[in-house]
Design a protein around this ligand. Structure first.
Ligand code: ASP
Length: 404
C-alpha cells in the first residue's frame, strides 16, 4: 500500500496534477507512520493539524461590550477558524490555512487589519502584513501600503515571486499592480468607529509616537495598595510593589505614561498553523497603531518581531504595542527559548510575554503553535480576541482574561 502511494505520488508530481498529488499525499500520510528504528509502526494517520488565530489584544472589558457586539466578534473568529481549518482538513498547507484565516479577519470591519484598520494621524490607512513558511524559512512582508484589500496576500506574493523579504510603500503598491492583487479605494477601509476613535485620540492629544506627555505630573502615578495592587483605573498584570516604586521614583516614568496613553485596543489579526505534513506557518496583518505618525511601521511585518515560523521550533504571530515587540524581537525570542533552552512552547511564550514584556511595559500577546500541535496564547493585556482548533478538532474562542 505504502509503495503504491509513493509511486502514485511521484507520478502525479511529474505530471504536475496538483489535486491528484495532494490526494496521494493524504493517502501516503494515512499509510505511513515510521518509528525511530525506521519501521512502519502503524497504518493510522497521527499527524495533528492545528490552527490558532488572534484578532488583537488590549483593553477589552466585558463591561464595555454589548452581548450583540461580543457575539459578532465570536462569530467572526469562528468563521476565520472554520475557513482556515477547512484548508488543513482537505490536505492544504499551513501557509494556505493561515492566509485563508487572515483574509477572513482582514475582510471583517471588526478588526484592525484590512477593512476596519485604524487611521493614521493624517486620517489615512497604512497597512502592514507578513507571512512565513516554517519549512523553508522563506518569508514575505509589506509595510505602509495603501489600497491593498488583503495585505497578507501581497506579502505572500513577495515571498513567492521576488527574491526579497519586504517591500514597502509605493514600491509594494507597484508590485501589487503587477501581480494583479486586488486594489480598493481608501474609503473601503475607513469605518465610522475608527474615524470616531481618531477624533477622540486627537481631542485627548494622545500621540502614538512614544513621546511622554510633559504635562503629566508624577503625582498621577499609581500608588500600590497594601497588597501590592495598584489603584483601580491603572494597569497591570504581574506588576509588583517594587515595579511601582521604580515608576514613582522616575525610573520607569516613560513606561507608565505610555501605558496611560495606550490604554487602547490593538486589534491586529494573525494566524499560526500546523499542517498534515508537519509544516508550520505564521501570518500577521494590521493597520498598526491608531493615530500613528507618517511612515510608522510596527512589529507585524518584521520577521522575528511580530511574525515568525520555523518547523524546528514554532510559529508565532503577535499583537500589541509594536515598538516593544520589535525591541524585544518577541516572536523569535520565543523560538530561541524553545531551540536553545529546550523550553516547552507554553513556558517559552509565557516567559517572553508575561515576564520580559511586562517588565518593560510592553502590552499585548501572542499565539504560537509547535510541530507537536501544542498551542500557547499568553497575553498581558485585559483581553485578546483569540481562538483555536486543536489536534482533537475542538474549537475554542476567547476574548477576556478569565478564559471566556
Ligand atoms: N502590533 C501592532 C503594531 O504595533 C498593533 C496591534 O497589535 O494591533 O503595529
Amino acid at each position: 500500500m505504502r509503495s503504491y502511494a509513493t509511486l502514485l505520488m511521484i507520478l502525479c508530481y511529474i505530471l504536475c496534477t496538483e489535486k491528484l498529488y495532494t490526494a496521494c499525499r493524504l493517502l501516503y500520510s494515512d499509510c505511513v507512520m515510521v518509528d525511530d528504528s525506521g519501521t512502519v509502526a502503524s497504518t493510522k494517520k497521527t499527524q495533528p493539524i492545528v490552527l490558532a488565530i488572534h484578532g488583537g489584544a488590549g483593553t477589552i472589558r466585558r463591561g464595555s461590550m454589548t452581548p450583540e457586539r461580543e457575539a459578532e466578534y465570536r462569530h467572526a473568529l469562528a468563521e476565520a477558524l472554520n475557513t482556515g481549518y477547512a484548508v488543513l482538513k482537505r490536505g492544504g498547507t499551513a501557509l494556505d490555512a493561515v492566509s485563508a484565516a487572515v483574509v477572513v479577519l482582514e475582510d471583517s470591519p471588526l478588526f484592525n487589519a484590512g477593512r476596519g484598520a485604524v487611521l493614521t494621524a493624517d486620517g489615512t490607512v497604512e497597512l502592514d502584513a507578513a507571512i512565513m513558511d516554517g519549512k523553508t524559512l522563506k518569508a514575505g512582508a509589506v509595510a505602509s501600503v495603501r489600497g491593498i484589500k488583503n495585505p497578507v496576500l501581497l506579502a505572500r506574493k513577495v515571498m513567492e515571486h521576488t527574491p526579497h523579504v519586504m517591500l514597502v510603500g509605493l514600491g509594494a503598491q507597484r508590485f501589487a499592480r503587477e501581480q494583479g492583487v486586488q486594489i480598493v479605494h481608501d474609503k473601503y477601509f475607513i469605518t465610522k468607529s475608527q474615524r470616531r476613535e481618531l477624533e477622540r485620540m486627537q481631542r485627548d492629544n494622545k500621540p502614538s509616537d512614544n513621546k511622554p506627555n510633559s504635562k503629566q505630573s508624577m503625582d498621577e502615578f499609581p500608588r500600590p495598595s497594601s497588597r501590592g495592587q495598584v489603584q483601580p483605573d491603572t494597569v497591570q498584570i504581574g506588576k509588583t510593589r517594587a515595579y511601582y516604586r521604580k515608576i514613582r521614583s522616575g525610573m520607569l516614568r516613560s513606561v507608565y505614561i505610555e501605558e496611560r496613553q495606550h490604554n487602547q485596543k490593538f486589534g491586529t489579526v494573525g494566524a499560526v498553523a500546523l499542517d498534515m505534513f508537519g509544516n508550520l506557518a505564521a501570518a500577521t496583518s494590521t493597520g498598526g497603531m491608531a493615530n500613528k505618525r507618517y511612515g510608522r511601521v510596527g512589529d507585524a511585518p518584521i520577521i522575528g518581531a511580530g511574525t515568525y515560523a520555523n518547523n524546528a521550533t514554532c510559529a508565532v504571530s503577535a499583537t500589541g504595542h509594536g515598538e516593544y515587540f520589535i525591541r524585544n524581537v518577541v516572536a523569535h525570542d520565543i523560538a530561541a527559548l524553545v531551540e536553545y533552552k529546550g523550553l516547552p512552547l507554553q513556558r517559552a511564550a509565557s516567559e517572553v510575554v508575561m515576564r520580559k514584556l511586562v517588565e518593560c511595559g510592553g502590552v499585548g500577546g501572542v499565539i504560537a503553535v509547535d510541530a507537536l500541535g501544542t498551542i500557547a496564547m499568553p497575553f498581558n493585556s485585559e483581553g485578546m480576541y483569540r481562538g483555536y482548533i486543536n489536534a482533537d478538532g475542538q474549537m475554542y474562542v476567547g476574548i477576556y482574561r478569565d478564559g471566556e
